[in-house]
Design a protein around this ligand. Structure first.
Ligand code: FUL
Length: 457
């Protein structure tokens, strides 16, 4: 058992997964015929004529995205309706037969380059337009399109695959050859991270509501992420009981009870994807979600060992709606207000034995009346190890204040001590007390704990 936990603690990310983690937050951009028909899923029978951005400004998209602090953009190059936002050689169902005679993928990629953010794309395998869909030829068609996108638009940081698999125009479903798609990406864009429900590089969190797990492990059973690289042997209980079925909507993924039954473990962290509005595509009568909702999702994604993929859909004109622009600005400003200035402190580790509990003592450079967040980061390049921890504050008069209890840390755990939206919520109620430091005590870990950062705000 102990040997297996140690193995689990040493399951490591690739460099591109580490780079992806550092991005934290990036934008999704859903754009296409649905924008003009007010639908979420097109039928594939829409005329290309309807795609008509009359006031396109991709630089405005990029500016809005950057206002929120997002570091990349992922464009829906083709959604389920099969309409290509670039003039693909392999179909007539594309921008080339629309009043917009340009290449939307190129416009977006170049705007990202100009604005200094990364560019990636979403390519839906489900295609309700292609005559090949539901036959083996469709995988060739899909690979041809994928190759166009991988080779024609410079560096791609992310390729996002949807697992949706409905019927095509001939009533048949398709068997997607994901292994073949992934091999093409590795060949043409070796640094691109691949998102798919089941890995290899990033997995889906299991919902589109921005709801992360309380314990969002990056090290998970290969039963779930079957495309990831298996880095351990089977767990000590493999074959003894449950894990015959594991799905990405389960509450427990990667927890101790869960991994002990697994056939092997992979490093495949989770992404929280959500739209700024109820729909993925722009609809005139929808409003952006509240600032509170976006901020809460930020804390439970970027602040909970995952990344945040926030969709901002362009309007019919081809611009980001001013209501969304305003919300993105507020969102970026709030993050800046909450995390812009760190409280100077020094941390000292009082080590425990491997598999026992180190304690980190943090001393503030000056006594504090108040603190709002403690941000913890593990040296995730070495693996994810902390199972549980607690944080206690010390006051000048020797008082101890229990502040927080948590489970995973991983890449980043933002421990929120106060609600920035609450009217009044003092951490300590004695007005004469000041805080001099805090203790982060790891209460369980899979192997030696390596925290690379403890920051206080
Ligand atoms: C889903 C799709 O069906 C939605 O339309 C959207 O693109 C979302 C990001 O993925 O599976």
């Amino acid at each position: 058992m102990i040997d297996f936990l140690k193995e689990a603690a040493h399951v490591k990310p690739s460099q591109k997964q580490l780079d992806w983690f550092e991005l934290g937050m990036y934008a999704f951009v859903h754009y296409g015929p649905n924008t003009y028909t007010d639908r979420e899923w097109g039928m594939g029978t829409e005329s290309p004529e309807i795609f008509n951005p009359t006031n396109l400004d991709c630089d405005q998209w990029v500016e809005a995205i950057k206002e929120a602090g997002m570091k990349g953009m992922v464009l829906t190059a083709k959604h389920h309706d099969g309409f290509c936002l670039w003039p693909s050689k392999y179909t007539e169902h594309s921008v080339k037969n629309s009043p917009f005679q340009g290449d939307m993928v190129k416009e977006a990629a170049e705007a990202c380059r100009r604005g200094g953010i990364k560019f990636g794309f979403y390519l839906s395998p489900w295609d309700r337009n292609s005559k090949y869909y539901g036959t083996p030829e469709y995988n060739d068609y899909f690979c041809n399109q994928l190759t166009e996108l991988l080779t024609g638009y410079g560096e791609i940081f992310y390729v996002w695959f949807d697992n949706a698999c409905g019927e095509g125009p001939n009533g048949r479903k398709q068997e997607y050859d994901f292994e073949r798609y992934f091999a093409l990406i590795r060949k043409y864009q070796p640094n691109a991270v691949i998102f798919n429900d089941f890995g290899p590089d990033v997995r889906w969190c299991g919902n589109e509501a921005g709801a992360a797990r309380y314990s969002e492990w990056a090290v998970v059973p290969s039963e779930l992420c079957r495309y990831g690289e298996v880095q351990t042997g089977p767990g000590p209980l493999a074959g003894e009981g449950s894990l015959s079925y594991l799905y990405n909507t389960d509450r427990e993924i990667g927890t101790m009870a869960n991994i002990l039954y697994s056939k092997g473990l992979v490093f495949t962290p989770s992404e929280i994807d959500m739209s700024i509005r109820p729909g993925w595509f722009w609809h005139e009568n929808e409003e952006p979600h509240s600032l509170e909702r976006l901020y809460q999702t930020y804390l439970t994604s970027v602040g909970a060992n995952a990344c945040f993929h926030l969709n901002v859909p362009p309007t019919k004109e081809g611009r980001i709606d001013e209501r969304d622009v305003a919300r993105l600005k507020e969102f970026g400003a709030l993050i800046q207000k909450e995390f812009g200035e760190e409280i100077p402190s020094t941390a000292e580790k009082v080590p425990g034995e491997p598999l026992t509990q180190p304690v980190y003592r943090v001393h503030f450079d000056r006594p504090l009346r108040d603190l709002k967040y403690v941000v913890l980061r593990e040296e995730i390049a070495q693996g994810q190890r902390v199972e549980s921890f607690r944080i206690t504050a010390e006051s000048a008069s020797g008082g101890q204040y229990p502040l927080y209890q948590g489970t995973c840390i991983g890449n980043r755990q933002i421990c929120r001590l106060q609600d920035p939206f609450a009217l009044q919520n003092p951490l300590i109620d004695d007005s004469d007390e000041t805080l001099t430091g805090l203790t982060v005590q790891v209460t369980a870990a899979r192997d030696e704990v390596l925290l690379k950062e403890i920051k206080v705000y």
